[in-house]
Design a protein around this ligand. Structure first.
Ligand SMILES: Nc1nc2c(c(=O)[nH]1)N[C@H]1C(S)=C(S)[C@@H](COP(=O)(O)O)O[C@H]1N2
Ligand SMILES: [Mo]
Length: 420
């Protein structure tokens, strides 16, 4: 996808930078007071949704064979060995699923994308939105982007298992990430057609899945503000994943894909987008998806945006391998651009060797595949480590900074392997 022309941006400035984003947003915190008001606007929604999928306990529609997935409540984590022997992309049948509630079944023929708010010409009200049908979107110029979607909590389980720290949330290992080729319409194209004004600062895309109830508290439908600069730069309204219509679990008929950013930004089953001339707030950018804890102010860090660098071996957890020469395979990725190199240690971190990068021109918004020969000298227990250095020169650290919700575990993961 071509990158955004800065001249396109109503604000000129770089609101994709976390600090700038927070500065721009901070002058008004009054939005916080309106959170509860926003939570009530769901009447008539259930009528738009199909029957509950039959395959039930998880609320996920696609099959979740145990050799491909680890169940995590309403979510499903990909097993990394499922990527072994695959191409660059993660096939939809093994792409992780992160659902706050059950996957809704939505009919593309009656579906509408509704845009409204003070950041559009004429400030259309929520009940008099600018509408696009599925067919409308198919008729607009299409673009493709190959990008990872990664849950901000990917790797969270290692805060506890590797660092002895207690954090709340789904204890993912490294399988809450996947790379797909997404096809759709640039969000910028649709925003322009809807009449976005130079005064727009934030948009709030909202899903059509049911309201999310957190410990008895109804937070309303999943919705997460996005600064207009990122929306105009490279966000995609995707209707295809790896060359096929989006599957139900990944947002059918249309989802947002916000490359390089926290997975929560990529709202699935998109129903409407509020476009506002003032900062917007929802629980998903105030109480979640910020860093909380001793190292942070009480209201938390600025909202999380870009994902950090990570690396994973395409091996079972834990792995057991025969005592013979092997070629280790894995992938590294970062929300800050390309991976420069990945180093691997087979002796618990004492010595490191550079892996061979297998993709000459990987997508800067995807990952890179790598490999490294390994001859284990004797049977026994080993810990394999991989650490990536991204385009900014940042290398994965030995420990991840603690935060109570366990986000952004970017430290080197120690992968247990037994040689038999
Ligand atoms: N409407 C809606 N969009 C959503 C979510 C959701 O529960 N509802 N989960 C978000 C989160 S937290 C993540 S990590 C990604 C996961 O995308 P996937 O399930 O296609 O892998 O979707 C995001 N978009
Ligand atoms: Mo997520």
């Amino acid at each position: 996808m071509r990158s955004g022309d800065p001249g396109d941006l109503p604000h000129g400035g770089d609101l994709t930078d976390e600090a700038t984003y927070e500065r721009v947003r901070s002058p008004s915190r009054r939005g916080l007071l309106r959170l509860s008001a926003g939570a009530g606007l769901t009447a008539g929604l259930s009528a738009a949704l199909g029957p509950r999928p039959a395959g039930a306990a998880t609320g996920i529609v696609k099959p979740l064979p145990p050799e491909l997935f680890v169940p995590q409540g309403t979510n499903a984590e990909m097993r990394w060995e499922a990527m072994r022997g695959q191409g660059y992309l993660t096939p939809a049948d093994r792409f992780f699923v992160r659902n706050h509630v059950a996957t809704p079944l939505i009919d593309a023929r009656t579906w509408r994308l509704r845009l409204w708010g003070t950041g559009l010409r004429g400030a259309p009200a929520e009940d008099r939105p600018v509408e696009f049908t599925y067919e409308d979107l198919l008729r607009l110029p299409a673009e493709e982007v190959t990008a990872f979607i990664e849950c901000t909590g990917n790797g969270r389980g290692f805060y506890t298992s590797q660092q002895g720290q207690e954090v709340s949330g789904t204890p993912w290992r490294l399988g809450a990430v996947g790379v797909a080729r997404w096809r759709g319409v640039r969000l910028a194209t649709v925003l322009r057609r809807a009449g976005v004004t130079p005064e727009a600062v934030d948009i709030m895309p909202r899903g059509l899945d049911a309201e999310f109830v957190d410990k008895g508290e109804n937070l309303g439908r999943v919705r997460r503000p996005l600064p207009i600069a990122k929306a105009m730069k490279d966000a995609l309204l995707a209707y295809e994943m790896n060359g096929a219509p989006l599957p139900p679990d990944h947002g059918h008929p249309v989802r947002l894909v916000v490359p390089s950013w926290a997975g929560i930004a990529s709202i699935k089953w998109l129903g409407d987008i509020q476009v506002a001339d003032e900062p917007l707030f929802s629980p998903w950018n105030t109480r979640y998806y910020r860093l909380f804890g001793p190292a942070h102010p009480e209201e938390g860090s600025p909202p999380l945006t870009r994902m950090n660098a990570k690396s994973a071996f395409e091996l079972p957890w834990e792995a057991s391998l025969p005592a013979r020469p092997h070629v280790l395979h894995g992938r590294s990725w970062s929300g800050s651009g390309r991976i420069r190199h990945t180093e691997v240690s087979v002796d618990g971190g004492r010595t490191w060797r550079r892996a061979r990068l297998r993709d000459r021109h990987p997508s800067p918004r995807g990952w890179v595949r790598w490999e490294l020969p390994w001859r284990p000298e004797r049977p026994g227990r080993y810990e394999l480590l991989a650490r990536a250095t991204d385009e900014t020169g940042t290398t994965q650290p030995a420990t991840a900074p603690y935060n109570t919700l366990g986000y952004l575990f970017g430290a080197v993961v120690r992968h247990p392997v037994t040689i038999t």
